[in-house]
Ligand binder design. Sequence first.
Ligand code: NAD
Length: 473
Amino acid sequence: MQNIDQIYIDGAFVTPHGTESFELVNPSTEQVIGRVRLADERDARDAIAAARRAFPAFSRTTKAERVEMLMRMHAAVVAREDTLFEAIVEEYGAPVSRGRWMASHASDVLLQTAQTLEHYEFVRCAGSAEVVMQPLGVAGLITPWNSNAGFICGKLAAALAAGCTAVIKPSEMSAIQTRVITEALHEAELPAGVFNIVTGRGETVGAEISSHSDIAKISFTGSTAVGKTILRTAAETLKRVTLELGGKSPMVVLDDANFDEAVPLALQAGFMNSGQACIAGARILVPQARLKEFEEKIVAAVAGIQSGNPRDPHTSIGPMVSQKQWERVQRYIRIGIDEGARLIAGGEGRPDGVDAGWFVRPTVFSDVRNDMTIAREEIFGPVLSIIAYRDEEDAIAIANDTPYGLQAYVASSSAGRANAVASRLEAGRVLVNTLAHEPAAPFGGFKQSGIGREYGTFGIEAFLEPKSLLGTV
Ligand code: NAD
């Protein structure tokens, strides 16, 4: 049992003013594995005050000093990688291969940001003016549970690179992972108050951060519904906002695609992070003329996909993070059946032979129409929809017929055709025949998938404001 009863404010571990105790549950076993004492609004205000005090000196540090700090943070998180991995598998239920990636991703983003910062020019010219990129102030960083350490480190790295100080509010469901990261970052010995970590509820701590007049910038990753609430609240003080929200990403399989490659690609894109991924390729668009062939191959492939114990190396889909998330996914499977989609793999309930844990059967529907609920709403679980299209124009129209626009995928044997389709897709990122991640490239959504971009220079600039100086020598 882990008992987490401290938050991190002004360079020290302190007991929160908040007294609510929240149970931490292993989603693979449903066993209570710990408790976290949650911060409240007053703790959030204390953290904001500490970050505000730290800002004047920190904002004047040199680029080289901040690169050095990010490198120290990187080394400290690398040193905790095994502990973080254990926490990810225990508390979140990521399958081991995914868990390993998530544990190293947390330190990678610190290193990548340090490298980007090294080459970033804070001063440039525009006509006769000198333009100085100036840090915004105190940043509020609000993160979800589906990649806790990666989001904390990624947002914090970009904020600090820009010269902002930060108050981080991670998901309350990730408190064990957050503690590992906090202990690591503490060892990097940054000036007190530069970053503060207050684990608490969204409606209290998150709302305080979104409304507080001393917060200049919010960077939020989470659901579209909460993103809209934050945007409304932040409008009162005209905070700058970066919102990384939900998605319903299309995987466009062109009629020339090699299905022996496209089917595994579609399944990896759809089932990544156990389906709990904002970038999951949840709508698979397949040419009507080759639908039967695609269905046969995907059914055969899904039969070999294991949803179960995340510590078993054969597992590629772990449990849903919580009972609530499991019930949400079950509800969508039921809706898919009720609305007339044809189940070709998986279905309701737990996988055969599994009687505990929030496990879902890897599920694929076919005969899905793009106006069905399962094609429009984000499920956030391993449930995929195959939608047949007539021709390329139809495929592009279906792909773009969604309120979201985070990511899209194209599978084709022809680079020219794939690129032509990719250029017409409304998404912040389009991946052609690949699932590769490029940390230097901007990441973020069109339409209701968000506002702004993270990663690379775009990510650092999200925490900066240009200031034009004229008449200077
Ligand atoms: P969520 O929106 O419920 O919560 C995200 C964070 O916001 C949590 O820390 C939560 O406590 C906080 N929060 C909740 N209410 C708040 C409020 N009123 N004010 C301020 N903060 C508040 O999302 P979740 O269930 O934790 O995560 C799943 C969602 O996140 C999915 O919809 C998914 O698409 C999205 N997501 C998006 C990305 C991306 O990069 N676009 C990445 C991962 C997850």
